[in-house]
Design a protein around this ligand. Structure first.
Ligand SMILES: Cc1cc2nc3c(=O)[nH]c(=O)nc-3n(C[C@H](O)[C@H](O)[C@H](O)COP(=O)(O)O)c2cc1C
Length: 348
């Protein structure tokens, strides 16, 4: 595989990126396996406190001396998502009460906090200086981008529409991940509603390549070397893969989730706000289907995720894949490999 502006900028052998997974599904061993083999390993850290990010970074540095990325969500809440009113707290609990009861969980107490603050997390990123800082749901302030540049931290922004890519290009990020709607996980729009920002990878990549000067990394639905070849033919200079790495033994997906990714159920994915309050793609299970028409009752991000996170923990302990998020992209039917190095080499 040839070098490109992406591999040169990132200082890696192959322009192949293991996509970050938020919510606890990234792992240091997955990141290190990919970075040590010549790709770029990433860690989704949006759910971690500044102290946890600092400790994570120290751990990563004991496992690889190659380049790697830490990833955050710039927009850390939707309206009222960090300050849910007591009334909305009750309403959300009412919506989810049958699941809490089914899993024998008590009603949770109103917490001190529903999620982390980007403004606090970014301070620690600038302090620990990872080789690469990737982000979704917007773009950090100019001063932060300037500081990254000054400190030699390579920045990767994420666009899911051509307009978002032009926006990132104008802000001067180093690289742009362009993610089609086939991708597993969240639709990370920041200019329009996620539901109104649904471009497939094949439409998205060439339009973005035509409109920006920043090198483009294609993501969404790429799980084998045919997808990689297509992405490069469309003008991308790198590829980011999520679902195929999530399915490996090194990820933190857990055995239940991993088995679902390799099962025939992974043919049926859908976009839902049910699990976090923000639109994301996962395997259709009972909870996703039952909450399909409850859009008005779902709490804003991150509060909805705080509730369903409690359910997920118990669901995993009780072996219940019907009551937890099962993030997955549309190309899971192509999955073959169980180790990160195998996935990486199958792509190149
Ligand atoms: C479980 C899961 C969690 C994800 N979390 C993040 C995240 O926190 N930040 C991010 O930039 N991308 C995140 N992504 C997107 C991936 O990094 C990657 O871009 C995407 O999965 C590529 O599409 P694919 O799943 O079709 O390979 C997530 C994807 C999945 C499947």
């Amino acid at each position: 595989m040839k070098n490109s502006r992406v591999s040169e900028k990132l200082g890696i052998k192959y322009p192949m990126i293991q996509g970050p997974f938020g919510g606890g599904l990234s792992s240091v061993s997955l990141l290190a396996a990919v970075s040590n083999e010549g790709g770029l390993g990433s860690f989704g850290a949006h759910h971690l406190s500044p102290k946890e990010i600092e400790n994570l970074n120290k751990e990563i540095q004991t496992k690889t001396s190659n380049s790697y990325a830490l990833n955050l969500w710039v927009s850390d809440h939707d309206d009222d998502g960090l300050n849910l009113s007591p009334q909305k707290f009750e309403e959300t609990y009412k919506l989810l009460e049958p699941y809490f009861k089914e899993l024998n969980l008590p009603k949770p107490e109103y917490p001190e906090s529903f999620g982390q603050k980007f403004s606090e997390q970014i301070e620690v990123i600038l302090k620990i200086r990872p080789p690469v800082f990737s982000f979704v749901y917007g773009v950090p302030d100019e001063a932060i981008l300037k500081e990254c540049k000054k400190q030699g931290i390579v920045t990767i922004g994420t666009a899911i529409t051509p307009d978002e890519a032009v926006f990132l290009d104008e802000k001067g990020v180093d690289l742009i991940v362009a993610t089609g709607l086939e991708a597993g996980g969240h639709r990370v729009s920041f200019l329009r509603k996620a539901e109104d920002s649904l471009f497939g990878t094949f439409s998205l990549i060439p339009q973005i390549v035509d409109q920006v000067k920043t090198p483009v990394i294609a993501a969404g639905g790429i799980s084998d070397k045919r997808g990689v070849a297509a992405a490069f033919a469309l003008g991308a200079e790198g590829v980011q893969v999520g679902t195929a790495f999530l399915a490996t033994k090194e990820s933190n997906a857990g055995d239940l989730h991993r088995a679902k990714l390799f099962s025939k159920d992974s043919k049926y994915t859908n976009l839902t706000r049910a699990f976090s309050g923000r639109l994301a793609r996962g395997i259709e299970n009972r909870m996703l289907i039952e909450l399909k028409d409850e859009l008005n009752r779902i709490a804003p991000y991150p509060a909805q995720g705080w509730f369903t996170g409690r359910l997920k923990k118990a669901a995993i302990e009780q072996g219940r894949t019907d009551l937890m998020s099962l993030w997955c992209g549309q190309s899971a039917g192509l999955l073959k490999h169980h180790h990160a190095a195998e996935v990486l080499h199958s792509l190149i």
